[in-house]
Design a protein around this ligand. Structure first.
Ligand SMILES: NC(=O)C1=CN([C@@H]2O[C@H](COP(=O)(O)OP(=O)(O)OC[C@H]3O[C@@H](n4cnc5c(N)ncnc54)[C@H](OP(=O)(O)O)[C@@H]3O)[C@@H](O)[C@H]2O)[C@@H](O)CC1
Ligand SMILES: Nc1ncnc2c1ncn2[C@@H]1O[C@H](COP(=O)(O)OP(=O)(O)O)[C@@H](O)[C@H]1O
Ligand SMILES: [K+]
Length: 474
């Protein structure tokens, strides 16, 4: 599990550890990890040109100490100081190692060069870390403008983003990669900040941390959580998923929801809906049967004018038999308040905007806030679809999905996702695990079929089996 802790949690854990370690030990661990990551990325250090952007806090201290380590390995390291007060020990270490400070007078010109005339090969963003407020001050903006186009390594977080919410009001640093310390922060997992962080490397500091607010499943977690058939399983013990999706107007949504549900993770799939759609479902998936008892319902996609009635039927059956329900697409607009059955809602940003009476742009700017808000308001698990899909519970616990590919942003992909999650609900996972595991598998299956190229939604359900086969042993 990749875990993201809040600034407050990190500060408490760091204080506890620092009390037991010599002064400066944690910063040196951080600086060694940072210097190594920069050296690995450059491929060599001797003669390479590194520019440090150094703010007033310990984030700048990390950059200065890492710069000193790189200078000792032969790199040409210069520090651009953005404050009169920078980390004194770090600056002394850099100078002692042969690193230089950019003189104030030469910090001008649209394409600033190093003291060798050439541009730096990498910029180390030590402007602010977990002590920073969102946004960047003018001096930092000017320095970044001078080195535009040079790859940036962010120290701990890309400066300017909101560390605990993942929000990223302009301006902020856009990093090629980020080297973080002790644990991940929400800004590494949650968009839009996660996009600004690039690839994230974690340097272990040995912190003792409490339960995280945001986490991200890894292949081993998915393998551990995935329901597998027992030796004596039969189709009913594995769970039956019922799909109420599609209509004469939108038959494809029914077919694609079933394609997800029929990924093989449940024992059986039932389709309940328009007769013509049911015929096409059976042609495409001969194993699918009609109405009967189920262990979970998937309801909503492509139900159009029938959405309210279809949702009501599914909820009535779920109430009677205490079944979980996945509500998607058209049916989302007919929810009026907290659900009285275990449920997963799967809106994209536009649908969530309508549900919460907000602008879509607001949802996209603050996805963590609004996923949690919706989970609280509807009293169930809410999965907000996007590049890094978020799954939140009413008490705020959240998982971010980091599998997937932008090629998955294609019509019908969400219908398949609903079906996959429905199969996992029927197989016995609770709504939080079903939604987060289903989203992880859906993203991984998309990456598998995409192989770097385009895909259509119908391919994704069938690829879940290959993803499951490739999981590590539980
Ligand atoms: N603690 C530990 O054990 C370890 C910590 N470590 C490292 O320390 C980092 C945290 O360091 P920190 O607490 O000194 O805060 P940090 O983020 O460097 O700077 C905050 C200062 O910047 C300023 N400022 C604020 N907003 C700004 C803005 N938008 N734009 C520009 N400036 C802004 C403001 O100062 P002001 O200028 O207002 O006086 C504020 O005081 C952490 O991320 C990690 O890298 C590692 O070494 C591992 C061990
Ligand atoms: N940029 C992106 N990168 C990766 N996955 C994405 C991206 N944009 C959307 N997705 C995923 O693609 C799917 C789209 O679903 P949805 O918007 O409901 O489409 P539809 O309603 O047509 O089925 C979701 O699983 C979402 O998480
Ligand atoms: K930073």
């Amino acid at each position: 599990m990749r875990q993201a802790h809040t600034v407050e949690q990190v500060r408490a854990a760091e204080a506890a550890l620092m009390a037991r370690l010599p002064e400066g030990a944690l910063m040196m661990r951080a600086a060694h990890g940072l210097a190594q990551a920069v050296a690995d990325w450059l491929g060599s250090t001797y003669g390479r040109r590194v520019l440090l952007l150094v703010g007033s806090g310990d984030n700048g201290g990390d950059a200065l100490h890492a710069g000193a380590l790189l200078a000792r390995r032969g790199a040409g390291v210069e520090a651009w100081l953005l404050s009169d007060q920078v980390h004194a020990g770090g600056l002394a270490a850099l100078r002692a190692a042969g690193g230089q400070v950019v003189p104030a007078g030469v910090q001008t010109g649209p394409r600033w060069g190093t003291r060798w005339g050439a541009r730096p090969e990498v910029v180390v963003d030590g402007i602010v870390g977990i002590g920073g407020r969102p946004g960047l001050r003018p001096a930092a903006q000017e320095a970044l403008a001078r080195v535009e186009g040079v790859p940036v390594v962010a120290v701990d977080v890309p400066s300017g983003v909101d560390v605990d919410t993942g929000e990223a009001p302009q301006p902020h640093v856009r990093a090629t990669f980020t080297v973080t310390f002790g644990t991940h922060k929400a800004a590494h997992l949650v968009d839009p900040a996660a996009r600004a962080a690039g690839t994230v490397h974690l340097v272990d500091l040995g912190l003792d941390l409490p339960a995280p607010g945001v986490e991200s499943l890894q292949a081993a977690d998915v393998s551990r959580l995935l329901p597998r058939p027992s030796d004596d399983a039969h189709k009913y013990t594995r769970g039956v998923v019922g799909v109420r999706a599609g209509s004469a107007t939108y038959p494809g949504a029914g077919l694609l929801s079933v394609a997800g549900a029929a990924c093989g993770l449940a024992g059986m799939v039932r389709y309940v809906g328009d007769a013509a759609v049911a015929d096409r479902v059976r042609q495409a998936h001969p194993e699918v049967v009609g109405a009967g008892r189920v262990q979970a319902w998937v309801v909503g996609s492509g139900t159009g004018d029938d959405a309210a009635a279809t949702l009501a039927e599914a909820l009535a059956d779920a109430r009677e038999h205490r079944l979980p329900v996945l509500v998607d697409a058209d049916a989302l607009h007919h929810l009026t308040g907290p659900l009285d059955v275990p449920a997963v809602l799967t809106p994209h940003a536009g649908e969530l905007a309508a549900m919460l009476d907000e602008d879509r742009a607001e949802i996209e700017a603050r996805p963590l806030h609004f996923a949690r808000e919706a989970a609280r308001r509807y009293g169930c698990v809410v999965l907000l679809k996007g590049r890094h899909t978020l799954v939140s519970t009413p008490d705020g616990r959240t998982r971010a999905t980091t599998t997937g590919t932008p090629w998955l942003a294609t019509a019908g992909a969400g219908d398949v996702l609903g079906g996959v999650i429905g199969a996992l609900l029927a197989a016995g996972l609770d709504p939080f695990d079903a939604a987060s595991v289903g989203s992880w598998l859906h993203g991984a299956a998309a990456t598998l079929v995409s192989r770097g190229g385009p895909l259509v939604a119908g391919q994704v359900g069938g690829a879940v089996a290959d993803v499951v086969r490739a999981l590590p042993a539980p």
